[in-house]
Design a protein around this ligand. Structure first.
Ligand code: DAH
Length: 339
């Protein structure tokens, strides 16, 4: 019997398989129920007791070897089949879907491009700021409610380190580091401790504008903003300035544009007033110029600040602020074709 086992081992070693049919005949001959190896197990009961251990081991070695050989051949044959039958190199490639710009980026870039045409450069400042750049240098009185913990995210209350609540802080940094004339805009993210709803978010985007030079007047401010409004919302757009208050500008105003949806006739977007508020502005308060080391006797300036989300909402008729942050591709895809 040992002799027979050795013979079969040799046979299986030498056996070579090139096709699925040959593999099947290998299986039938050696591994199937009626195959050679099963036969050996049947004959095993006749083996004298003293030889059982040795013979048993040899049969198991043979069985294991034949099974491994079968598995190897099977893998090779299956590989070669997928290679020839399922990989069709003539099929067209999978189309790669292109992404699109986020509406906030689209509007941000458009604002930058409009002001570039008027000679405004772009600067940026830190999102983590200190009280001085965000409030004190901008003429906020010490007890002003905007400093309150309810509005401002403090990082280190003791050292007055906080997340900026507006991009006006970049004005301060630029005025400290640049000699007039200054003509720049500052886009960036701002943070306020607000409950998230369709109309408010704790993170949003602003663009601040600043022009400081000799003889800058309110008329320059008005003409600059009129140009901006027409470029952004269309040639027919009108603007109106309403008196307002900001600590860092004097006089201050809020600007409305005529509603581009109804052309000023009144609709539910403009709440039947014909006007939409889009930004705050004014002449830079002399206190602010002086805080930043600019001679307020020699120079004057104007500043303005707008929310990008708000402008994008009006431009694309987006009704809920939260959509900007959800990253739902069904929303984002809609901005693909236009830009
Ligand atoms: N910083 C103001 C805000 O966040 C916006 C603003 C108003 C900026 C008037 C200005 C300005 O530069 O002159 O609400």
């Amino acid at each position: 019997m040992i002799h027979k086992i050795k013979e079969l081992l040799k046979e299986t070693e030498e056996f070579s398989v090139k096709s699925a049919e040959e593999l099947e005949s290998f299986r039938l001959k050696y591994l199937s129920k009626k195959g050679e190896i099963s036969q050996l197990f049947n004959d095993f009961k006749n083996v004298p007791a003293e030889l059982k251990k040795e013979v048993g081991q040899e049969i198991n070695i043979l069985k294991q070897f034949a099974q491994e050989k079968f598995d190897q051949f099977k893998a090779v044959i299956e590989d070669s089949q997928t290679g020839t039958e399922t990989l069709d190199l003539t099929r067209p490639g999978e189309p790669l879907e292109l992404g699109s710009r986020h509406p906030i980026s689209i509007v941000r870039n458009e604002i930058i491009s409009i002001f570039n045409r008027l000679g405004f450069t772009v600067a940026e400042g830190p999102e983590i700021e200190d009280d001085w750049h965000v409030f004190s240098a901008l003429n906020f009185p010490p007890e002003h409610p905007a400093r309150d913990m309810q509005d401002t995210f403090f990082i280190d209350k003791a050292n007055e380190i906080l997340l900026r609540t507006h991009t006006s802080s970049v004005q301060v940094r630029v005025m400290q580091n640049t000699k007039p004339p200054i003509r720049s805009i500052f886009p960036g993210r701002v943070f306020r401790n607000e409950a998230i709803s369709a109309r408010a978010h704790c993170i949003f985007h602003q663009v601040e504008g600043l022009y400081v030079a000799e003889n800058v007047s309110f008329a320059d401010l008005k003409q600059t903003l009129l140009y901006f409004a027409k470029e952004m919302f269309g040639e027919k757009t009108q603007i109106r300035l309403r008196p307002s208050y900001f600590p860092f500008t004097e006089p201050s105003a809020e600007m409305d544009v005529s509603c581009s949806i109804c052309g000023g006739k009144g609709c539910n977007i403009c709440k039947y007033s014909g006007w939409l508020e889009i930004l705050g502005c004014g002449m830079v308060d002399p206190n602010v110029l002086e805080s930043c080391g600019i001679d307020s006797e020699k120079y004057t300036g104007f500043a303005f600040g707008m929310g990008i989300e708000r402008i994008a909402m009006l431009k694309f008729q987006i009704k809920d602020l939260r959509l900007y942050f959800e990253n739902d591709v069904r929303f984002l895809r809609q901005f693909k074709s236009a830009y």
